[in-house]
Ligand binder design. Structure first.
Ligand code: ADP
Length: 483
């Protein structure tokens, strides 16, 4: 018989509305709510006791939160136990715990350039989350950790057996395989987590948090069905494809959703004019406002990018692609920040294309909304994309994606379906393939009715969490360990 109270401990390095750096923040901020909403609609009612645990990063604004002290604990360390502290708040009924301690300094960025420092911070956080569960005397049925930062919690449940977690199953959400927590090995060892001794795991991965989590998790969820298959290949397996193939039975792919209340062009307060599929023309006011903000022409096609500047995102393909498109009519706004060399390269395009290229080098959540609502086309030339949220948000806002056919981009953008087209995909990570596909999109853009239909199709696709939340609940239930 299926259990009627499911206790899930959801661990993440970042979560909206507390702190968001990238898609993980969106997911950790919205999936637990979606799971609660879905569980309450079950008949018979499923009681889901899901609790989110995140580090109390310095950038989290303490003043705006109604925080309660939960208690103090210590985390064992080679140099002596490290004190930790948990505070708690609630977001729409979801209990959220914020963990503090010396390894999570209030004056440090969420992620450091130095992965050894992050190794110390996030291993402490992962083990502190386990201590928190014990302090609360709350035995989770499933620990749902995400990415390398919280993978040590999964490894610890196996490597440091504790009767308290005898009936706790572990699930590792895989949002970005190549980020494995390089250089975190010494920190893990200092916290009592030794390297693995498993011959299937490549030697270089035996002391990294993510591979250790992948090795010991009861189940692994990649954030899209295509990514779940891609990680088994040489191209996308980041050196772990053979190891992952051996564990294929415990890997599945569940597509991320977006919070359709937070991302809603009908109600978004950050944009010049609200709109939906029944009044798509109202969207034009957003394009006019965006063009005026960047001193561009509202009558020409407006392309955009909203992205981290990272090799993964294919930002480096842009300069040559634009040169190949010299003769076409386009304008482009890029909002993003990250690798300094990429920032410099993208900024230099402003002098090469002074009338039609603009770079906004920063993280700017409100500008991202104005872009999704006002640009015609969003470029996503990613080398790999485990799921990707930008394309879903863009489609919901009537901004048509031109994207590399990989991972979640491939699962969410319909290009070659004659009856239902919502965007444009290209197979190869080259500037030439990107420019050819932009040209294809620009040609379609000229045919106003065709374009409207593509926009409508994107806006009508269901990107809500409901479907995926259902799959997670089924998965949690299938993983339960009964006494
Ligand atoms: P990733 O998690 O790999 O960065 P996703 O597409 O999954 O990529 O999610 C990115 C999220 O971060 C989206 O919500 C996107 O709007 C947002 N984002 C990325 N860069 C910026 C930026 N410079 N300013 C504002 N929002 C950004």
């Amino acid at each position: 018989m299926k259990k009627q109270i499911l206790k899930i401990m959801f661990l993440a390095a970042e979560a909206e509305p507390f702190i968001k750096i990238g898609g993980l923040g969106d997911v950790a901020g919205s999936l637990p709510h979606a799971l609660r909403a879905l569980a309450s609609s079950f008949t018979p009612k499923l009681e889901l006791d899901i609790r989110l645990v995140i580090p109390f990063h310095g950038a989290i604004q303490r003043q705006t939160l109604d925080l309660h002290t939960v208690g103090n604990f210590t985390v064992a360390h080679a140099e002596g136990p490290i004190p930790g502290n948990a505070l708690m708040t609630e977001i729409n009924g979801l209990p959220v715990y914020l963990i503090s301690g010396a390894p999570i300094p209030r004056d440090a960025a969420v992620y450091s350039e130095d992965t050894a420092i992050d190794g110390h911070k996030f291993t402490f956080f992962s083990l502190a989350a386990l201590e928190l569960a014990k302090m609360l005397d709350w035995q989770p049925d499933v620990i749902h950790a995400n990415d390398w930062h919280t993978a040590p919690a999964i490894y610890a449940v196996k490597a440091l057996p504790d009767p308290f977690f005898n009936f706790t199953a572990t699930l590792l959400g895989l949002h970005n395989l190549p980020f494995m927590g390089e250089n975190a090995g010494p920190a893990m060892e200092a916290f009592g987590l030794p390297p693995a001794n498993d011959s299937a795991l490549p030697w270089w991965a035996q002391s990294m948090p993510l591979p250790l989590g992948l090795l010991t998790a009861d189940h692994i969820v990649a954030v899209s069905p295509t990514y779940a298959r891609e990680i088994l290949t040489y191209e996308h397996g980041a050196g772990l494809h053979e190891f992952l193939a051996l564990h294929q039975k415990k890997i599945s792919g569940i597509l991320n959703g977006i919070d359709t209340l937070l991302w809603n062009p009908q109600t978004d307060q950050a944009i010049a004019a609200n709109f939906d599929t029944t009044c798509l023309d109202a969207r034009n006011a957003n394009k006019t406002a965006l063009a005026s903000e960047f001193d561009l022409d509202p009558n020409l096609p407006l392309l955009a990018m909203v992205t981290r500047f990272d090799h993964q995102k294919g930002v480096d393909l842009i300069p040559v692609a634009l040169r190949l498109l010299q003769k076409e009519k386009w304008q482009l706004i890029i909002l993003g920040a990250g690798t300094p060399e990429l920032e410099e390269e993208i900024c230099s395009l402003e002098s090469q294309f002074p009338k039609r290229f603009r770079a906004a080098i920063r993280f700017d959540a409100l500008l991202s909304r104005r872009i999704y609502a006002g640009a015609d086309i969003l470029l996503i030339p990613s080398r790999y994309e485990p799921c990707g949220l930008a394309q879903m948000i863009a489609m919901r806002y009537g901004c048509v994606p031109v994207a590399r056919s990989t991972g979640g981009l491939r699962d969410t953008i319909k290009d070659h379906n004659a009856q239902f087209k919502s965007g444009f995909l290209f197979p190869k990570t080259t500037s030439r393939a990107l420019s050819a596909t932009i040209r294809r999109a620009l040609t379609a853009f000229e045919k106003k009715e065709t374009w409207k239909e593509i926009q409508h199709n994107g806006m009508r696709q269901d990107f809500s969490w409901e479907n995926s939340a259902r799959q997670y609940i089924q998965l949690y239930q299938s993983m339960l360990k009964t006494p």
